[in-house]
Design a protein around this ligand. Structure first.
Ligand code: ATP
Ligand code: MG
Length: 148
């Protein structure tokens, strides 16, 4: 089951990149997630509240990959430029039909991605979802970087 709590022991101290690496390793150990992580090694300057929300978003997106995608490979890319921090998560799984998802949502009350989008937009960021049946899914989380 996917009900156990994933607690990031390092989010406050080591930062977002380390926490996302930790999370992906947990999902590999517990659910066999096969992933590649590409870190541009650009800084990810986010204040704690934003960092924490982005981490929760990434957690939900990766749990969706584990629960729904049936992929053989997921890719996680971390980077920043032009004053924004961007995290891309893609998989080569089933993809989905956003219209069917809307119907399903009203029956089952699944609000994972809905809440993620609301939170990221509240922080002045954007959530982009590209998905194609039989090809896979790309989800991009972008938020404004902290201004020094
Ligand atoms: P909850 O997150 O509330 O437990 P959920 O995961 O079903 O429920 P969402 O996270 O909002 O809800 O995702 C909506 C639906 O989109 C999923 O039920 C699934 O059908 C589809 N989906 C999301 N991500 C993927 C993915 N990476 N691959 C395939 N389907 C996906
Ligand atoms: Mg979900």
């Amino acid at each position: 089951s996917l009900t156990f709590q994933l607690r990031p022991p390092i989010l406050a101290n080591a930062g977002l990149a380390a926490a996302i690496k930790w999370l992906a390793e947990e999902l590999r150990e517990n659910y066999g997630l096969n992933f590649e992580l590409l870190d541009d090694n650009t800084p990810l300057p986010l204040r704690y509240e934003v960092r924490s929300s982005v981490f929760q978003a990434v957690r939900e997106i990766l749990l969706n990959v584990v629960k729904h995608s049936h992929c053989t490979l997921a890719r996680i890319r971390l980077g920043s430029d032009a004053g924004r921090v961007q995290i891309e998560i893609s998989d080569n799984g089933t993809g989905f039909d956003p219209a069917e998802v809307a119907q399903k949502k009203s029956r089952t009350g699944g609000f994972g991605l809905f809440n993620v989008r609301r939170k990221i937009e509240y922080l002045g960021g954007e959530l982009l979802i590209e998905t194609e049946l039989g090809v896979g899914t790309l989800v991009v989380v972008a938020v404004p970087a902290e201004v020094a």
